[in-house]
Design a protein around this ligand. Structure first.
Ligand SMILES: *Cc1c(COP(=O)(O)O)cnc(C)c1O
Length: 380
């Protein structure tokens, strides 16, 4: 389908092309010096001690759970208003998830009160998701985690470059997991990163990412080793040099692109203020301590509106829209696994939510086209 305004678009140019060609010409394609440099620069950007590049954020989340010792018999509290990977990573380990509701329609991140309500003697960790790149209530959540001795994993897939009170999202908890999937703020096609400040977590992740091997192909290529031992049951969750090179090119654009996303978000909020729409997170604007990544632009339709009709109208005008998210606890697999879960705020939010186009180089003509189509669709 050819959209007049797509939901998301890559900011790729000669920089990414050159970076890839350079790797191809170097004749070393698997994890090596380019991946190491990507990790070094990403860790510096986040202000974390350690960073491990992997092939996607789902792997980063799985590694975080494993490195924190989560397994059968444990429970992990997760938001239901997220991508399914946020819950799947827990289930891979044999542990169970407990789904938490969001704070409100204005602030659809995990509710600290809900976290407290769901804690049992089996609870080991909380996974947070910084929806749209807007920070969760980290102060309250860190306090609960410390008091109840729980680990925190930040699903920061939406949040590269975002911060709260001067501290990067992803660097607050025990591990932070980022996605470089095609439609994310920093894109490599498939890709991800795990950051941590814990030496013990870093050691585990380093081993688990590559089959628990004590030396890698790269080390042997360098002449540092001839053989290796396998010390634990690990995985192949490595990244390659090609995507690491794209990641480095994208990383150098991240701050500027997030600033552009901020600008476009403010224009949307300004233009939509006097409509019957509710604009999540717009009340946070001007809060000095919050610096979001502005990953997506969510709006909430009036309670009685037909979302299907609205999205069809937008589509007829060439505007692509999306939904973030169908709640995880309502998927058939999860209803079978965890029956009887009821999360009123999440369900109400998810039923009304529509995501509008947002990408760094979105121009005024495109923005005006979205707003015009939206006004038309709201009248109908
Ligand atoms: C994209 C996304 C993921 C998964 O990322 P992959 O890199 O595709 O594995 C996880 N959580 C959230 C919130 C996401 O948006």
């Amino acid at each position: 389908m050819q959209w007049r305004v797509p939901l998301a678009d890559l900011d790729f140019d000669q920089a990414e092309t050159q970076a890839v060609l350079q790797v191809l010409n170097s004749r070393w394609l698997s994890m090596g010096t380019v991946a190491q440099e990507f990790e070094r620069q990403f860790a510096a950007m986040v202000g974390a001690q350690y960073a491990f590049a992997v092939s996607n954020a789902t792997q980063a989340l799985h590694l975080a759970c494993l490195a924190l010792g989560i397994g059968a018999g444990d429970e992990v509290i997760v938001p239901s208003l997220s991508f399914v990977a946020t819950a799947n990573c827990v289930l891979y380990t044999g542990a169970k998830v407990r789904f938490a509701d969001i704070l409100s329609a204005d602030e659809p991140t995990i509710s600290p009160t809900e976290i407290e309500r769901l804690i049992t003697p089996r609870t080991r960790a909380i996974i947070l998701m910084h929806y749209g790149g807007y920070p969760c209530r980290m102060g309250e959540i860190m306090e609960i985690a410390a008091r109840r001795n729980l680990a925190i994993i930040e699903d920061s897939a939406h949040a590269p470059g975002a911060s709260l009170a001067g501290r990067s999202l992803g660097a607050w908890g025990d591990a932070g997991c980022f996605s470089f999937y095609s439609n994310k703020n920093l894109s490599t096609g498939e890709g991800g990163m795990l950051v941590t400040n814990r030496e013990d977590v870093a050691r585990q992740v380093n081993a688990l990412r590559s089959h628990g091997m004590t030396s890698l192909t790269w080390d042997r290529h360098q002449g540092h080793a001839y053989t290796y031992d396998v010390t634990t049951l690990g995985y192949n969750y490595r990244i390659d040099e090609i995507r690491s090179a794209i990641g480095l090119a994208q990383l150098s654009k991240l701050a500027q692109n997030n600033a552009r996303r901020a600008e476009i978000t403010r224009r949307y909020w300004q233009a939509l203020r006097d409509t019957p729409l509710q604009l999540p997170f717009s009340r946070l604007e001007g809060a000095a301590e919050i610096s979001p990544a502005y990953h997506i632009l969510p709006i909430l339709l009036p309670e009685n509106a037909s979302r299907r009709k609205f999205m069809d109208e937008m589509k007829a005008n060439g505007i692509q829209t999306s939904i973030h998210y169908p709640p995880i606890h309502q998927f058939s697999y999860f209803r079978r696994m965890f029956p009887g879960v009821s999360l009123p705020q999440t369900e109400r939010f998810a039923a009304r939510e529509v995501t509008l186009p947002l990408y760094p180089h979105m121009d005024k003509t495109s923005l005006d086209a979205v707003i015009a189509a939206l006004h038309k669709a709201l009248v109908n």
